[in-house]
Design a protein around this ligand. Sequence first.
Ligand code: NAP
Length: 259
Amino acid sequence: MLDINKCIWITGASTGIGKTLALKLAREGFKVAASARSIENLKKLSNESKSLKGSINIYSLDINIRKNVVSTFNKIEKDLGSIGTVILNAAINQPTNSQNFSSQKMENIMNTNYVGTVNCLEPVIKNFTKRKNGKIAIVASLAGYIGFPYSSAYCPTKAALISLCESLRSDLQQYNVTLQLINPGFVKTPMTDKNEFYMPFLISSEKSAKYIYNGLQTNRFEIFYPKIFGYILKVLRILPYFLLLPVLKSMLKKYSMRK
Ligand SMILES: NC(=O)c1ccc[n+]([C@@H]2O[C@H](COP(=O)([O-])OP(=O)(O)OC[C@H]3O[C@@H](n4cnc5c(N)ncnc54)[C@H](OP(=O)(O)O)[C@@H]3O)[C@@H](O)[C@H]2O)c1
């Protein structure tokens, strides 16, 4: 269960999934600390939350800057009291294939999606395990199950987060800290608005917020959605390569991408 008396910190809350979830939680009466880089977008979020039952406090934070992550964690606790739940959601994406392959781009995406998330995890794990209390939710993606075409920069970052969660879940349980892995399918947000290919089972960010909210009220390891898409991908990922690779090849033909 989410503890209504403690605040919830969401990273990447200025747009998309994070923003809609922050508003949903505030509507339900929670105290939310919303962080991201764009102070302008955060101010808009703060204005939208004014009449809600709960509250949203905003914090400008680039998760790539480790020392700022630690000071933001401390600032949130000073302003709002103990953080009970952390939702590590911030990420970036740029469609990538063999023709626009760039190690710099790969490094940037890995630095934000994986290293940035790990930067946030450090103070969180340190404090939560000491207190023997807390919930951590990490937003990876169903795209972390398989290396999809046009996603050679993004998929590996999400696969790394899934592996990180698998590794940490039981360890943290010993300290009464619950780790949950959130794997969304396609959700309509500024991130996916850039995609030119067909996105099967695309859902709204409001629907996504509902799935995450309901999942966070449980302690189950994985919150994945939409269900049908998730189950299709769960079957695909256990296929032997001689069956999986032709499926991935057929996606190359079907979808195109912006260079
Ligand atoms: N949309 C989908 O279909 C989908 C599917 C599966 C998983 N996901 C995952 O869901 C999460 C949210 O994605 P979204 O679709 O809502 O995308 P989005 O609208 O682009 O939101 C990404 C958020 O991350 C923040 N961010 C990016 N770089 C940051 C940095 N260095 N430091 C701090 N904040 C940073 C952005 O804010 P600023 O730019 O203001 O910093 C923004 O608030 C991501 O982890 C994404 O991988 C999305």
